[in-house]
Each structure stands twice: as structure tokens, then as C-alpha cells.
Ligand binder design. Sequence first.
Ligand code: HEC
Length: 153
Amino acid sequence: MRHPIKHRLAWSIAGILTTAALVAAASPGQTAFEHRRDVMKQLGANFYLGVGRVVKGRAAYGPDTVTAAEALVDLTAALDTLFPPGSDVPDSKMKRQLLADPAKSAALAAAVRADATALLPVVRGGDKAAIAASYKSLSDSCEACHSQFRQEE
Ligand code: HEC
């Protein structure tokens, strides 16, 4: 106990830094970004792989194709809530102009939701050509947002 004050000071500083790190990790913007990335990843897996591989002839049509199309309907239900103010954190690949135009993100999200809803009965029907057409239309709706508001890799 030769330098009790110094010790206490060091511990307080460590405590403050830890608290700051925790606060940063749990900031609403960071949480919203991580949630968005997670939903987008799931959209990608169900769309590009679950349905897309069947469209491209790389996987057989089956119950999993329908499950993927169902997941797309669920995942797109709240798509418009994925772009809240403050979610343009440094890790994000979103162009921040999207946050400046909530009406635009809502319209883009609504188009995706409508196309995903239309895709499901078509996938259930099992007609390959019809699935491919419906797939293309949803793909265009996803890209309508990505091409404007997502940074290139
Ligand atoms: C309204 C805009 C918008 C729509 C609609 C949209 N996305 Fe995205 N997507 C983004 C943005 C912005 C990012 C980058 C997210 C970030 O880094 O914050 C992204 C990222 C992604 C990623 C990369 C996720 C990762 O690994 O980081 C995938 C995959 C993806 N989107 C798939 C889709 C699919 C599939 C659809 C359509 C079913 C779709 N998105 C519709 C805006 C959109």
C-alpha cells in the first residue's frame, strides 16, 4: 500500500474506460446496425441461396425452397424499421443519405415486402419459370436499394 491514491486512480480510470467501452458497444445506433446486418444476412441466405439456387438450377426444388420463401415474408415484414437515425456507425456499409430520406427507405422496403409476399404462393406452386420471374422481380427490388444506398465492397 505504498501508493494507495495512485492505485485507486488507476482503477477508477480502468473503470471509466470499461464503462465507456460497454456504452459504446450497446449504443442504440450500433445495436440497430448489428440488427440490420443480421436481418440482411438472413435475407441473403434465404433469397440468394434458399430460392436462388433452385432458380439457377444448382439445387432441387423441395420443401426447403418453400421454407426459404416463407422466411422472406417474415424477414421483410419490418424492413422499414431497419434504418433508424444513428445507425450509420463506422462499421456500416450503408450510405447515410438513406437516413435523410425515411419516405424513400419506407417505399423501397414496401416494394421488397410486396414482392416477397407475391413470391411465396409462386414458390408453393412449384412452376420453375414462374418462380424465376418472381425471383427476378424481388431481386430488382433488393438492388433498387443496394445500388443507391449501399457502399461497394
Ligand atoms: C431499403 C434498403 C434496402 C433494401 C430494400 C434491401 N437492403 Fe440489403 N442492405 C441494405 C444496406 C444499407 C446494407 C448494408 C448494411 C450495413 O452495413 O449497415 C445491406 C446489406 C445487405 C447484405 C449484406 C449483409 C452483410 O453480410 O453485411 C445482404 C446479403 C443483403 N443486404 C441482402 C438483401 C436482400 C436479399 C434484399 C431483398 C430481399 C435486401 N437486402 C433489401 C439496404 C437494403
